[in-house]
Design a protein around this ligand. Structure first.
Ligand SMILES: C[S@@+](CC[C@H](N)C(=O)[O-])C[C@H]1O[C@@H](n2cnc3c(N)ncnc32)[C@H](O)[C@@H]1O
Length: 388
C-alpha cells in the first residue's frame, strides 16, 4: 500500500470507530497533517522550499533571519541583558531562521550571543532530524513544549499557527453547524452536525463576531482555530519574563470573518499550486488557514500576555533595517560580469519580503505580546506605525 492509501485506511478506521461514524474537520486535518506514521508533516522531509510545496520568508535568503536577529538583540537589551537569554523557535521547518539568527548575533551582537540559548520545538520528527543535521551548533538544543522550563527571552514562530488543525463551521438555517467528515461508498464526504464544543461559541464572543446576524449569508462557511488558543495557553506558561512573537498570514477578526469571505480561508498547497479540495492528495499536500490575530491578542490577555503591538511584516522588517539594506545594495555588490544580475536578484528578494500587495509577504501579520515586564518597551520592530 502507498502511504496515501495507508492514511486513507487509517482515517476511515477513525471515522468508523467514532460516535455516529463521523469526525470533525479538525480531527481530519490533524490526521492528514500529523498522523505519527503517515501525516504530511510527519513523513515528508521536503514539504518546504523550491523542491517542496511552498516556500517561506527564510527561503528567500538570509535577510529575514538576520533582521529578526536585530529584533531579538533589542529584546535582550529591553530585558536588561539577562543570562541566559532564551530564544525558543516553535515549528522551525528546515532550520533556516535559526542558522541566520545565530550567525547574525554572533557577528554583530557578541554579548547577546554569549548569553544566548537557542531552543527549537519541532513537532515533525523528520524535520527535527533534518534540523539536527544542519544545525550542529553548540548554542542550539531541541525540546518539547511540555519539557520546556519557563524561560526569560522570546518564544517565536513563523508560519506555525496557520498549520494548526481547524474546526470548520457553516451557517445553516440560521444556526451554526459544524462540518464533519464521514465515509460513504468508500469515499470521504462532508456532513453538517451540531457544534462539537461550546468553545466554538465562546470563541465568537471573545472576538466580538456574530455570524447569525443578517450580514452573513446562509451557507457562510469559515474556520475556528481552537488549537491556537490551547497553544497560547501553554506557551504563556512557558514565559517567565519576556516576549511572544508571532508572524503569519492572517487578519484581524473583522477582516477574517468579513461577510464577503463566505468560503473561509482554508487552502491546500501541492507543488507550489494552491486549490480548495482537502480530500485529494491526502497526506501529500499542505492544508492551511489564515490566522485570526484578534483571537490571539484577546485570548493572550486572558492567559497573562499583554499586547505590545500588531504590525505587518513589511513594516517590521523596514523598522529593523530592510530599507538600509536596499539603499546600500549597489555598494555591497562587488563589480564583475554577473554583478548586475546579482543586484537585480537581491533587490527582488528584499522587495518580496516587504511586498505589501494582498498576497505579498509584507502583509503578513506580526503580533508581539509580553509577560511580566515592568515597563512597556518601545521595540525597534514596532517603531513604524501600522498602515491605517
Ligand atoms: C509552515 S512550516 C514553517 C516552517 C518555518 N517556520 C519557516 O518559516 O520556514 C510549519 C512548521 O511548524 C511545525 N509544526 C506544526 N505544528 C507544530 C507544533 N504544534 N509544535 C511544533 N512544531 C509544529 C511543522 O512541522 C513545520 O516545521
Amino acid at each position: 500500500m502507498t502511504p496515501t492509501s495507508d492514511l486513507i485506511t487509517t482515517i476511515t478506521a477513525h471515522i468508523q470507530s467514532a460516535p455516529q461514524q463521523q469526525i470533525t474537520f479538525a480531527s481530519y486535518m490533524d490526521l492528514v497533517l500529523y498522523h505519527p506514521s503517515y501525516g504530511y508533516y510527519t513523513t515528508k522531509a521536503s514539504v518546504l522550499g523550491p523542491e517542496g510545496d511552498f516556500i517561506t520568508s527564510p527561503h528567500l535568503g538570509h535577510d529575514f533571519g538576520e533582521l529578526l536577529a536585530v529584533q531579538f538583540a533589542d529584546m535582550w537589551c529591553s530585558l536588561d541583558q539577562p543570562t541566559p537569554f532564551h530564544l525558543v523557535e516553535i515549528g522551525a521547518g528546515q532550520g533556516l531562521i535559526a542558522g541566520d539568527v545565530l550567525a547574525h548575533l554572533q557577528q554583530n551582537h557578541p554579548d547577546c550571543y554569549t548569553a544566548l540559548r537557542y531552543i527549537i520545538i519541532e513537532k515533525s520528527p523528520i524535520l527535527r532530524t533534518l534540523q539536527q543535521k544542519l544545525l550542529t551548533h553548540e548554542k542550539v538544543s531541541w525540546s518539547t513544549l511540555e519539557n520546556l522550563p519557563p524561560i526569560t527571552g522570546c518564544l517565536f514562530s513563523n508560519e506555525l499557527i496557520d498549520a494548526f488543525p481547524v474546526h470548520v463551521i457553516q451557517k445553516h438555517d440560521n444556526q451554526l453547524r459544524e462540518v464533519y467528515v464521514t465515509v460513504e461508498d468508500n469515499t470521504l464526504h462532508e456532513t453538517l452536525g451540531p457544534l462539537s464544543s461550546n468553545r466554538l461559541l465562546e470563541y465568537f464572543k471573545l472576538i466580538g463576531i456574530d455570524l447569525l446576524t443578517d450580514a452573513y449569508p446562509d451557507s457562510y462557511r469559515t474556520e475556528v482555530n481552537l488549537a491556537a488558543l490551547d497553544w497560547l495557553d501553554t506557551v504563556a506558561n512557558k514565559i517567565d519574563r519576556g516576549f511572544l512573537l508571532t508572524i503569519d498570514y492572517g487578519h484581524t477578526a473583522q477582516r477574517y470573518y468579513s461577510p464577503a469571505r463566505h468560503q473561509g480561508t482554508l487552502k491546500c498547497y501541492y507543488q507550489h499550486r494552491h486549490h480548495d479540495d482537502p480530500y485529494v492528495n491526502i497526506g501529500q499536500q499542505d492544508l492551511t488557514t489564515h490566522v485570526d490575530f484578534t483571537a490571539l491578542e484577546r485570548y493572550g490577555v486572558k492567559v497573562g500576555l499583554a499586547p505590545l503591538g500588531f504590525t505587518q511584516q513589511g513594516l517590521l522588517l523596514m523598522a529593523l533595517g530592510l530599507g538600509e539594506r536596499i539603499a546600500t545594495l549597489t555598494q555591497t555588490i562587488t563589480p564583475g560580469p554577473d554583478s548586475f544580475n546579482q543586484l537585480i536578484q537581491r533587490r527582488q528578494v528584499l522587495h518580496q519580503l516587504m511586498d505589501m500587495s494582498p498576497i505579498g509577504l509584507g502583509t503578513f501579520g506580526v503580533l508581539i505580546q509580553s509577560k511580566r515586564l515592568t515597563d512597556k518597551p518601545t521595540l525597534k520592530g514596532l517603531t513604524i506605525p501600522p498602515l491605517g
